[in-house]
Write a protein that binds this ligand. Structure first.
Ligand code: TGC
Ligand code: FAD
Length: 387
């Protein structure tokens, strides 16, 4: 039985022809190029580097950026790309999210013309890879407390500090490092090989194994005066980038949930216990009904979020709700599907356990479940409960 993408509310009809075409081409590519090898990469703890050029060829890197050789796709088409990529693996979607939403987007929004010319076309072609360094060993949910510092010198700036859990970190040609200059947060582009700059992969992960997660260490790193973003200062710089990326994660998590649901649906149709297929059991049907309902709600929320973004009306709090909801339910769905596959569910022959483990990271990064709860709580009550 081939993959049947759940679309219970016929949302396909609400997509444009271009959006459907983009989605279908990524779906086919994931089927042919990601799914056959991803389990081996996951077990080996390697990112499939061989896919970068193919993703670039498909136009997936910085697909939402307008100009600088990028295609300028709308938010729904971009979201559908991420949905399909995460149906393959969260690590593949993470790679594309970081490259497009967390590095290319801020260069486009806050960078100088020289920075845009230098990086955007090369990053779109996959010839340069970027990473986003916000989190530090002692400052995750509270990035405003960051200790990485920049100091003005005669020739530029000198950076000191450490960033942790950085996706694409060791493979990156350029790191967007957020650091405090005179107490205020600024973005700096730090190139691979700059003396004092170390990019070190983190090992022993049980989640997002097919993804490069690294530590960035900055010891008296001298960068030129034109390495700083001229267009933004303050925490709103990185938080604006996160609004972009979090909306994509809502789509991605839905894709992982769709993969798990479809695998479990097919499995119970064929798995016979007590003389007939599991699909005919009420308890199994209840699980399928519950999961399909949650997937449909995610899809509806994502599509509406995309249309609001298109119209310039999307708010960060709407993004928080969509990210929080999709990650939470995708994780519950992955756990349920793992159970429905019995012992087979723990093997690399099936996808559910890999998605389940990945989603433990997806629910944590880009703002944990509880941070998004507090963002919504703040919006609802007007009272901030972080501090
Ligand atoms: P707060 O005082 O609320 O805000 C500071 C300034 O930022 C503005 N702002 C936002 N702007 C745009 N989008 C948002 N979502 C924004 N949220 C706040 C705000 O208006 C203010 O502007 P201004 O002009 O007044 O200065 O800041 P706070 O220190 O109280 O923190 C708020 C909080 C906790 C919500 C925030 O720090 C937060 O979101 N924490 C979570 C950290 C996080 O998400 N880290 C993610 C790291 S990157 C990552 O995980 C990548 S994984 C990628 C992958 O592999 O796919
Ligand atoms: P903490 O902030 O220490 O939180 C621990 C727990 O405390 C959580 O449950 C949290 O919800 C809770 N908590 C925190 N504050 C409060 C509060 N005020 N009230 C109640 N509960 C609270 N970061 C980057 O900058 N770039 C990347 O590319 C990147 N990629 C990542 C990839 C992976 C695989 C992972 C796992 C993480 C990545 N991160 C990245 C880091 C990620 O954004 C952080 O892990 C996340 O923001 C949470 O920070 P923390 O891990 O320090 O947890």
């Amino acid at each position: 039985m081939a993959y049947e993408s759940p679309d219970f509310f016929a949302l396909d009809e609400l997509l444009t022809e271009e959006e459907r075409m983009v989605r279908d081409s990524v779906r086919d590519w994931v089927e042919e190029r990601v799914l056959p090898d991803i389990s081996d990469h996951y077990l080996a703890g390697t990112f499939p580097m061989e896919l970068i050029a193919e993703m670039a060829e498909l136009g997936l890197l910085g697909a939402g950026i307008d100009g600088y050789d990028c295609p300028g796709l709308g938010p729904v088409a971009y979201g559908l790309i991420l949905q399909e990529l995460e149906r393959g693996d969260s690590g593949i979607r993470s790679f594309v999210s970081v490259q497009g939403s967390l590095v290319m987007w801020p260069i486009h929004a806050f960078g100088s013309e020289e920075q845009k010319q230098r990086w955007l076309p090369a990053m779109h072609r996959g010839e340069a890879i970027g990473c986003f360094g916000l989190t530090e060993p002692d400052h995750g949910s509270d990035p405003g407390g960051m200790e990485t510092k920049a100091k003005k010198t005669d020739n530029g700036y000198v950076l000191n500090g450490a960033k942790m859990w950085i996706t694409n970190g060791s493979m990156s040609d350029v790191a967007l490092v957020w650091a405090k200059l005179d107490g205020r947060v600024h973005g700096f582009l730090v190139e691979k090989g700059t003396p004092g700059f170390t990019q070190q992969q983190m090992k022993h992960k049980y989640s997002l194994r097919a993804s490069d997660t690294s530590e960035l260490i900055l010891q008296d790193v001298e960068v030129p005066a034109d390495a700083i973003f001229p267009g933004v200062s303050g925490l709103k710089g990185p938080l604006n980038c996160l609004t972009q990326a979090r909306s994509g994660i809502a789509w991605g998590a839905a894709g992982a949930a769709m993969a798990c649901y479809d695998e479990a649906r097919r499995y119970v149709a064929e798995r016979v216990q007590f003389g007939r297929p599991l699909a005919g059991r009420q308890l199994v049907q209840a699980k399928l009904a519950e999961m399909l309902s949650e997937i449909t709600k995610m899809q509806l929320m994502n599509l509406r979020l995309g249309r609001l973004k298109e119209a310039g009306k999307m708010t960060p709090q709407q993004v928080s709700m969509a990210k929080r909801n999709a990650c939470w339910h995708a994780l519950q769905i992955a756990r349920t599907c793992r159970d429905m596959l019995g012992a087979n569910g723990i093997t690399g022959e099936y996808q559910v356990m890999r998605h389940m483990c990945n989603l433990e990271s997806v629910i944590t990064y880009e703002g944990t479940h509880d941070i998004h709860t507090l963002i919504l709580g703040h919006k609802i009550t007007g009272v901030e409960a972080f501090r």
